[in-house]
Design a binder for this molecule. Structure first.
Ligand code: FES
Length: 357
């Protein structure tokens, strides 16, 4: 599969083609991607886009459609789980319909793999709830691209009625009966067996990764869902010698706003490069680089402000920073000098970051 080059994300208005209800609390939103934006919205399975509903309301949602869908139909589809009282994912979604237009950032994310038709791999995924969204794209793309590869999915939900993309998963199972294994685990109603009934906790993961989807038989794992599930599943798989584990958090715990800076406003000189133009400002030594940069370049990209989405990624050109947390950058990104500016605090009197890199 061709690697899609990463560009600095820029907002684009995308028309909503349709909104499909998946469950009582989840929908899929399909966007039309105009021909002139197809290159910007080219993506790899497993990536996400950021949607801007109001100037300060930005949310990242994984893409559930495939790169082939975009090539053939010019459409891209995301899965949205509604959060009661959520600024976008409740009232916003319920008011949304075909013909609306939303501001969307092009795809980002490293929760993916390089697919190759000549390769034979055994893929596995452990997901819960809306964590299925990027994995649906990975399953469909991997099985279509690599005719000899297989995919095993362990999918946790409260009840059968809350399973997102149940029809799409069923259709994939019909298309690839011998290459796709799906195990549904239900926590609040009986599953197909006692082993598939209950929470996806450590005991159940150990049982299922020894018996149903032996961890050692899988070449490459994908884990997506709440932090507790992803961290437990990763520990279980690593303990069983899993060679390659990709993780994606939908929610990394509460995003507590950093304590108000107590340093002086001119402790650090910050230089920001964006769209080929440099801006300079000063900031306290205990402030966050993104917050200071937004004061002089309000158009800067960001979404979660929690170290999860990578939308605020920039390259550190000079100086040093410390990141409070990082759930989005791979070790090779960090080694190449990339930082999450929403999490970065200066360690030197001068810091320069480049959002164009
Ligand atoms: S805005 Fe999401 S990681 Fe910084």
């Amino acid at each position: 599969m061709t690697r899609v080059a990463r560009r600095r994300p820029v907002w684009h208005p995308l028309p909503v083609a349709r909104v499909d209800r998946l469950t009582a609390e989840a929908v899929a939103i399909t966007f039309d991607v105009p021909g002139e934006l197809r290159a910007d919205f080219a993506f790899r399975p497993g990536q996400h886009v950021t949607v801007r509903y109001a100037p300060a309301v930005r949310r990242s949602y994984s893409i559930c459609s495939t790169p082939q869908d975009l090539d053939k139909t010019g459409k891209i589809r995301i899965g949205v789980k509604e959060v009661p009282g959520g600024a976008f994912s409740s009232a916003g979604v319920r008011a949304l319909g075909a013909g609306a237009t939303l501001e969307v950032l092009p795809p980002l994310g490293t929760f993916t793999t390089d697919l190759d038709p000549a390769r034979t791999r055994r893929y596995g995924a452990i997901v819960a709830g809306s964590g299925i969204t990027p994995v649906l794209s990975l399953i469909a793309t991997a099985l279509a691209t690599e005719p000899h590869s297989t995919f095993a999915l362990l999918y946790g939900n409260r009840a059968a009625a809350s399973v997102m993309f149940a029809d799409e998963l069923g259709a994939l199972k019909d298309r690839y009966p011998a290459r796709l294994q799906i195990l549904h685990v239900l926590s609040r109603e009986p599953g197909l067996s006692p082993a598939l009934s209950g929470r996806l906790d450590r005991d159940r993961l150990e049982l299922l990764c020894d018996a149903a989807i032996p961890a050692g038989a899988i070449d490459e794992w994908f884990l997506c869902g709440p932090a507790a599930l992803v961290e437990t599943a990763e520990a279980v798989l690593r303990g069983r010698g899993a060679p390659l584990v990709h993780t994606e958090l939908f929610y990394a715990g509460p995003v507590t706003a950093p304590a108000p800076p107590v340093g002086n406003a001119d402790d650090v000189t910050l230089t920001v490069r964006l769209d080929g133009r440099e801006s300079r400002t000063t900031m306290p030594r205990d402030g966050r680089v993104l917050d200071a940069a937004l004061a002089v370049r309000a158009e800067l990209p960001y979404a979660c402000k929690g170290g999860v989405c990578a939308t605020c990624r920039a390259r550190l050109v000079s100086g040093e920073v410390a990141m409070a947390r990082n759930y989005a950058l791979e070790p090779d990104d960090v080694a190449a000098g990339y930082v999450l500016t929403c999490q970065a605090t200066p360690l030197t009197p001068e810091v320069s970051v480049d959002y164009d890199a």
